[in-house]
Design a protein around this ligand. Sequence first.
Ligand SMILES: [Zn+2]
Length: 56
Amino acid sequence: MAQASKNSRVTSATQKFFCSCGGEVKMKTLFENGKVKNIAECEKCKRLERRPSDFK
Ligand SMILES: [Zn+2]
């Protein structure tokens, strides 16, 4: 009986988030006052949140 490789488990480094409108949330990098800032934006309704997990 064939066994699945122990390495076959996929590590979810790129987790997907979806907005309540159904659009996909993409991470964006902004530069503000010389600082790098990561924000999450919905592709569809352009809603902005500080983190992707805020889209709920
Ligand atoms: Zn949205």
